[in-house]
Design a protein around this ligand. Sequence first.
Ligand code: MG
Length: 140
Amino acid sequence: MEKIDKIYFDIDGVIKGVASPQKDVIALLRYCLDNYLGSVYWLTTHCRSGENHTDFALRGEFPNDLVDELYDKILPTDWEVLKTDAIDLDSDFVWFDDNLFETERMVLERNYVLDGFFKMNPKDHEMAKKALDFLKKFEK
Ligand SMILES: [Mg+2]
């Protein structure tokens, strides 16, 4: 992968319920909005089956104005069973998630895009920083 076309974000274990300092999580989100606006998507159970409840999931966790901005700017996806159903497998994507189901792994492998999955460890205090460092390697 030499460039990034799309970025997918899980919420729980990725930007919420994580050991990373909140300022690092916000810096990661800020970077995505500033550099990939229009190409950042939710990929979370809080946005599924045509319903986007990400604002409810994040309210109280982050400053209200940021929650509203994320709700406005991060694009919803529509999926039912496998998150990979919502991913554009033909694009160069990064998918930040703390969990990958075996069936989802198989889909990624079959399409030769397993390298698009970026495993987030919620217990790692440096995780948000590591994710941001990763993105910066692709700086346009
Ligand atoms: Mg999760």
